[in-house]
Design a protein around this ligand. Structure first.
Ligand SMILES: [Zn+2]
Length: 501
C-alpha cells in the first residue's frame, strides 16, 4: 500500500517532468542532453520527450488516463472477475470435484491423455459459457485503445507496442519471416511427438504434453553448485555473482506449503541487492538459473541512473533466458540416459515451438481482431473463427483439433499494461539465442561484451543494441536465422534420437 502510494506520486511527477521536457526548444534540449549528467540518460530523455510530443496535449492525456481507470483498465479487471468465477466439474478417483480455471489448466497438461481429452472438452465448454462477457471486455478494451490512437493520430495498431519495445516494424516483420521459413522442422518435431504419443495428429492439448520422465532429482546445494559451475564456463563474473547471491541467502527457495507458484526476482536499488523467490522442488534447476540471470542483469546495471536502467519487455528476458539456456544445454549434454535426454530435449522444444507457433498464432489473431474491431463490435462466433484461422495459419493446419475460445481463456489478450503481449516473447527468446551463439563462438572474450550489452539495454533501441554489441542488423534475416538455428539443431537431434522408437 505504501509502495503504491509512493509509485503514484512518482508517476505524476514523471508526467509533469515529461511535460517540461516536451516544451524545451530543440536546440536547448540537444545541447543539454550532450552535457553531464544528462548525457547518461540521453536516450531516455529523448524518448520521453518524443513520446510526450506524439501524444495529445498534457491536459487531454491526463483526462484520458483518468477516464481509463474506470474504462480501459476496468475492462481488464472485469476479465479477472470472470476468470475467478470459472468453475469446471471434474471427477478424480471417483470423487466429483469443482476446479478453478488455474487447477483445470494444470490438468490440461496431464501426462494421461484421457485426462487431457476430457479436460479440453470441459475447458472449451467453460469458456464458451463465459464467452459473451469475455467478448464484451475484449471489444471494449480494444475499442478504447483504437479510439485513443485515433485521437492521437496514430494509424497502426502495432505502433504503441513497437514503441514500448523500442523496435521497428521492419525488425518485427523480418523476425516473423524467418520464423515462418523455419517452421517445417518444428512441425516435423510435432509429427514425431504425435507418433510417440500414439496418435495420428496432435490435438491442441497434446502439443505441451510430457513424453517421459526427465532424469532424477538433485538437492538444492548440488543444483546450486552445478549452476555456478556452468555459469563459470561462460562467464566467471556471472558465476561469482551467483555464488555471492547463494552465500548471502538472497534466494527464498524452500519447498513448503502455502507458497504461490512460479518465481521472480526483485531489486532493491538503494542497497544494490536483489532477492529471488521460487520453490525448488529438486528438478527445476532452470528456474533457479533463470532468476539468477535476472539478478545478474540488475547487478551489472546497479551503478547507473534510474532512467538508464529501464529496459523493455523484449530485452527483459535476455539475461534470464541466456542463464537458463546455459544450464539446460549442459544438462542435456551430460545426460547419459537416452530416454531422459529425449524428455529434456522435448521440454526445450516445447518452449521453442511455443515461441514460433503458439505465440505466432496469438500475434496473427490479435492483428486480425484489431483490424475487424476498427469496423465495429466483433461477435463471439467471429472471434472463434478468427482464432481458429490464426491457429491453423500458425500451425500450418497440422493439428487435429484447435482451441476456438483461446481468446477468452488467455489472460494476455486482456492486459492493459502492455498491448500485444505476445511478440516480445519470441523476440526475447531469439535475441538471447543469438547472444548465446556469439558467446559460444567467442569464448572468454565475450564476457565483457556481454556485460556492456546488458548495461545498454535501457539506453538504446534494440536495433542499436544489436549493432553496437553484436555487430548485426536486426532488420536483415541473418541474425534471426542464426538465432533460430540453435532450436533447429535441437529439433534435428530430437528427430534423430527418436528415429526408431
Ligand atoms: Zn523471467
Amino acid at each position: 500500500m505504501r509502495l503504491n502510494t509512493i509509485n503514484a506520486i512518482y508517476q505524476s511527477a514523471l508526467t509533469l517532468f515529461d511535460r517540461y521536457l516536451s516544451q524545451i526548444p530543440e536546440n536547448v534540449f540537444t545541447e543539454l542532453t550532450n552535457q553531464e549528467p544528462w548525457s547518461q540518460v540521453r536516450f531516455s530523455l529523448h524518448e520521453r520527450r518524443r513520446m510526450a510530443q506524439e501524444k495529445l496535449s498534457p491536459e487531454l492525456e491526463t483526462l484520458a488516463g483518468n477516464l481509463a481507470v474506470d474504462g480501459y483498465h476496468g475492462w481488464g479487471e472485469l476479465y479477472n472477475t470472470i476468470v475467478g468465477q470459472v468453475r469446471i466439474p471434474f471427477e478424480e478417483n471417483g470423487e466429483p470435484k469443482t476446479l478453478s480455471a488455474g487447477q483445470a489448466f494444470n490438468k490440461l497438461h496431464s501426462a494421461d491423455r484421457n485426462v487431457r481429452v476430457e479436460m479440453f472438452e470441459k475447458w472449451e465448454a467453460a469458456w464458451a459459457g463465459q464467452a459473451d462477457l469475455c467478448a464484451d471486455a475484449l471489444n471494449h478494451l480494444a475499442g478504447f485503445r483504437l479510439r485513443l490512437y485515433k485521437h492521437r493520430g496514430w494509424d497502426s495498431i502495432h505502433r504503441e507496442p513497437l514503441q514500448i519495445n523500442r523496435m521497428t516494424q521492419e525488425t518485427l516483420n523480418v523476425m516473423w519471416d524467418v520464423v515462418e521459413q523455419n517452421k517445417d522442422i518444428f512441425l516435423s518435431y510435432l509429427a514425431r511427438k504425435a507418433k510417440l504419443l500414439g496418435v495420428n495428429q496432435l490435438s491442441w492439448h497434446d502439443v505441451d504434453a510430457p513424453i517421459g520422465e526427465a532424469g532424477g532429482t538433485m538437492s538444492y546445494d548440488d543444483g546450486a553448485e552445478a549452476i555456478v559451475a556452468q555459469f563459470r564456463v561462460f562467464s566467471p563474473k556471472m558465476a561469482d555473482f551467483a555464488e555471492h547471491a547463494l552465500e548471502n541467502r538472497w534466494i527464498e527457495a524452500e519447498d513448503r506449503a502455502g507458497k504461490r507458484p512460479g518465481g521472480f526476482c526483485t531489486a532493491f536499488p538503494i542497497s544494490g541487492e536483489t532477492r529471488i523467490f521460487m520453490t525448488y522442488a529438486g528438478t527445476n534447476l532452470s528456474t533457479l538459473a533463470h532468476e539468477l540471470g535476472h539478478a545478474y542483469h540488475q547487478d551489472v546495471m546497479n551503478d547507473m541512473p534510474a532512467l538508464a536502467q529501464e529496459y523493455a519487455m523484449n530485452v527483459a528476458e535476455t539475461a534470464s533466458t541466456l542463464a537458463e539456456t546455459i544450464v539446460s544445454d549442459a544438462t542435456i549434454r551430460q545426460e547419459k540416459d537416452k530416454q531422459a535426454q529425449i524428455a529434456l530435449l522435448d521440454d526445450k522444444l516445447q518452449n521453442a515451438s511455443a515461441m514460433f507457433l503458439n505465440i505466432h498464432a496469438r500475434f496473427i489473431f490479435e492483428t486480425s481482431f484489431y483490424k475487424e474491431r476498427e469496423q465495429g463490435m466483433v461477435s463471439v462466433e467471429r472471434l472463434n473463427e478468427l482464432m481458429v484461422a490464426a491457429q491453423k495459419k500458425a500451425y500450418r493446419d497440422t493439428l487435429s483439433e484447435y482451441h476456438p475460445h483461446f481468446w477468452a481463456a488467455k489472460l494476455h489478450f486482456y492486459s492493459t499494461d502492455v498491448p500485444f503481449y505476445n511478440f516480445p516473447y519470441t523476440f526475447g527468446f531469439l535475441f538471447s539465442s543469438g547472444i548465446y551463439q556469439a558467446a559460444l563462438r567467442e569464448g572468454s572474450d565475450f564476457e565483457d561484451r556481454y556485460i556492456a550489452l546488458l548495461r545498454d539495454t535501457g539506453s538504446m533501441t534494440v536495433e542499436e543494441l544489436a549493432l553496437k554489441h553484436l555487430g548485426v542488423n536486426l532488420q536483415q534475416p541473418e541474425f534471426w536465422q542464426q538465432a533460430i538455428d540453435m532450436s533447429v539443431e535441437d529439433a534435428k537431434l530430437f528427430l534423430q534420437l527418436t528415429e526408431d522408437l
